[in-house]
Each structure stands twice: as C-alpha cells, then as structure tokens.
Ligand binder design. Structure first.
Ligand code: ATP
Ligand code: MG
Length: 423
C-alpha cells in the first residue's frame, strides 16, 4: 500500500457525525439574521494581499505572522487566503457601490485562514459568521449588534456561559494622544517589557495592553488609560451604548484594556468571552470601524460589525449537550433478490415523491443482514420487498421504533403503504 496523504495541519474535515450540529447552527443563524433584516454576501476566499495589509494593519499579529500568502506563479502577484471577512466585505461594498442609496446591513459566513499553532478552538482553517452595518454612525447600530448577539446566545442555549466586555477606543485624536502617553510610560518601564512588547513599543503600543504575559500584568494594569482621553463626542457615544445595554437588561463589564488585534477599530469595541474554552475564550468580537471604508478607497462611511468563531461556539454547544436531534430517514428500504431490487428502485422514488426520506439498501444480503442495517440507520420504518411482495405487487411495512411499535407490521399495496407511513 502507498503512504496515506493527510489533511493539512490545523485544517479539519467535517464528518457526517458532526454535520447535523453545523446544519442546526447555520439554520439558527439564518433565522436570526433575517429577524434583524441583515442580507447575505459571499466574497472570494482569495484576495490581493494589499487588501489585508491596508485594512487590518501592517503591525498586527494577523498580518505579521498569521496570513497564508503566496505569489501567484502565473502573474507574480501576491495573494492571500482571507484571514477575516470585514476587509473583503468592505472591499466588495465599495467595488459594487452598495452604499449608493444609504446604509446596508450585511452578513457573511465561511472559512478563514490563519497560520497559528493549532489547539482546541484554534485552527488554521476556521469558520466565522460576520455581520457588518455599513453607513451608520449612531450608537443605535452598536447597540443593535450587542442585542442581537445576546439574542443569539439565548437562542442557542449558550447565554449562561458567555459574558460581554466592552470598551471604547475613542476617536483619532484621543488615540494619538493616548499613544504618546503609552509610549512614554512603557519606555519608562522598558526593562519589564518582553521581546514582543519591546518590538511593538513604537509600532503598535496599544497591543501591549493586550499582552497575556503574567510578568507584565501589574505594570500594564497601571498604564495610562484611553478612557481618560475621550472627547465629548466619544464619551456621549459610549454612554449611549451603555444605556442601550442597560435598557435591554444585558449585563456587561467595561474592560479598559480591551483593544482588539486589528487596526481598523475606533469608538466601541466588544468581546463575548467564556471561561469554558481555556485560553481560546473569545467567541465573538467586533466594534466600530468608521475609517475603514475611506481607508480602502471608498467614499467615507461610518460602520460597525462583529464576527464570531463558529468552531468555538459549536464546542461549547457540544459540551453543554445542546445537540440537535440526529438526522434519521423515514424509511429503510430492504430488498432481497434481483426482481425485488428492480421494484425497490421505483418504489423508493414513489416514496420520495410523497415527501418521505428513504435509504435504499444497496449491496444485497439476506433479510436478516439488511434488517440489521435498517435498525442501525435509525429509520422509523423498514419497508421490505422480497419475491412474495413482488409477486403480489405489494410491500411490507415494519415499524422499527418505540412509539411506532403499536402499529402492526402489514403487507399492503405501495399506495396504501405511503398513506400509512405519512399518517
Ligand atoms: P484570539 O484572541 O482568540 O486570537 P482574534 O482576536 O484573533 O482571537 P478575531 O480576529 O476577532 O479573533 O476573530 C473573531 C473570532 O473568530 C474570534 O473571537 C474567535 O472566536 C474566532 N477565531 C479567531 N481566530 C481563530 C482560529 N485560529 N481558530 C478558530 N477560531 C478563531
Ligand atoms: Mg488571533
């Protein structure tokens, strides 16, 4: 035998056993998004590298070390597998002039790619559902996003496991002045900064606040706070967001150190976090990014949005036993002998015409072996066709599950069997 070829590390197959949970999740997502009037977008998985460099920022973890970037051998261009969806969504909105008649509420879902160390809840191909509201300036949209995520956790049964943290990054001026103070502060404590943070001191000092290094915690805790630099407009926006949460009865915590790993954010940022996933605690994150549309070449338009990590949410659902009922067929169609096999093909189609789901036994075998398969399929009924049935132009219907067992096995014409099965 030749050597087996394995999947790329950190990239997972979705196997039939897990597919119902994904389908259940996706169904819920569609209903939920529809109930808020968001419309679906799909963008390519591959984009020009420049898009992500410009949108996410050169000095971010994603752009510095997580992107799958390669040179297209045909034309020498640098291409990147998308590491997130906001940049593509905004690019597509600009390119297709979606904002010509005002704001748009959009969503997308699909695989994202980041070259990280794989572990539970962290993969190299993972899936996000993302929501973007383009062209809206007011805090009402920030609030809408927080209320809608809160509603989703309830809908999925996860509300008790996930908590909301919010912060504001203020406007450009507040960030610039805070940046100067941060650099001065961290420069004064340079001996306490780890190598990563020293490297970031002048490029992205805000990210030092996000450091998980325990040795730096006390020093970072005492760093100058952005929240103290806010101008009146930023303060009013943040107050309105908090008031919206309070009006809706949603618990939250202000975390002044919450900065997010992407450069495009301003004003509100938020994360929904859990303690159920170890270090991979953030299941959904987002905020306002008023400058991004203009930064990508569009007519300036304010915007906000968020993305959730599907795998992390599904791990939580599986661990909390919030699993959908398994997918089972209505009928397992047992057929023994050549004539029966022929009859079974058309009988199965007739059953499907009537709206029933049918697994047609394939591969032959005795009644006994086929009935074992019927049982294992979890089908509610077996429909049996053998020589006797073919001769009489009938089928035998056998209930397989408790609750259906009081219905007697019977040999009837196919039309009668259909009525019985649908009854
Ligand atoms: P983290 O701090 O966990 O690295 P992040 O800040 O890089 O997350 P975002 O870019 O905000 O994450 O992406 C939004 C969500 O996508 C995250 O909150 C998380 O649920 C999910 N996510 C991000 N990276 C991965 C990954 N490598 N594998 C699985 N899910 C991920
Ligand atoms: Mg990350």
């Amino acid at each position: 035998m030749s050597e087996t070829i394995r999947a790329v590390r950190g990239m997972n197959d979705l196997l039939p056993a897990d597919a119902p949970l994904w389908a259940f999740f996706e169904q819920n997502i569609r209903e939920w998004l529809k109930s808020y009037g968001y419309r679906e977008m799909r963008t390519p998985i591959l984009e020009h590298t420049g898009l992500f460099k410009r949108a996410i920022g050169e000095v971010t973890d994603i752009v510095e070390k997580e992107m799958y970037t390669f040179v297209d051998a045909l034309n020498g261009e640098s291409m990147t597998l998308r590491p997130e969806g906001t940049a593509s969504c905004v690019r597509a909105a600009i390119e297709n002039n979606l904002l010509f008649d005002g704001g748009k509420r959009l969503w997308y879902a699909g695989p994202m790619f980041r070259h990280e160390r794989p572990q539970k809840g962290r993969y190299r191909q993972f899936h996000q559902v993302g929501v973007e509201a383009l062209g809206y300036a007011g805090p009402d949209l920030d609030i809408e996003h927080l209320l809608m995520t809160a509603r989703l956790w309830k809908k999925l049964g996860l509300a008790e496991f996930i908590k909301l943290e919010i912060n504001t990054l203020g406007g450009a001026e507040a960030r610039a002045s805070h940046r100067q103070k941060l650099i001065a502060y961290f420069a004064a404590h340079i001996d306490q900064l780890d190598a990563d943070s020293q490297r970031r001191l002048h490029t992205n000092p805000l990210r030092i606040l996000d450091s998980k290094n325990p040795a730096m915690q006390a020093m970072v805790e005492a760093a100058p706070r952005l929240i103290d630099e806010l101008d009146a407009a930023a303060r009013a926006h943040f107050e309105a967001v908090k008031r919206g949460l309070e009006d809706a009865g949603i618990d939250y915590q202000v975390n002044p150190r919450l900065v997010r790993g992407l450069d495009y954010y301003n004003y509100t940022v938020f994360e929904w976090v859990t303690d159920k996933l170890g270090a991979q605690g953030t299941v959904c994150a987002g905020g306002r990014y008023d400058g991004l549309v203009a930064q990508l070449g569009g007519k300036p338009a304010p915007a906000c949005g968020f993305a959730m990590g599907v795998e992390r949410l599904l791990v939580m659902m599986a661990e909390a036993n919030l699993l959908p009922a398994p997918d089972v067929p209505d009928v397992y169609l047992v057929n023994v002998g050549d004539a029966a096999a022929r009859y079974a093909l058309t009988a199965a189609e007739s059953l499907r015409d009537a709206g029933l789901s049918v697994v047609l036994h394939a591969g032959g075998g005795s009644f006994k072996t086929q009935m074992k398969k019927a049982d294992a399929s979890l089908a509610r009924y077996a429909v049996l066709i053998g020589d006797d049935e073919v001769a009489a132009n009938q089928v035998t219907v056998k209930p397989l599950r408790e609750g259906d067992q009081q219905r007697e096995q019977q040999r009837v014409a196919l039309t009668e069997a259909i009525e019985f099965l649908k009854g």
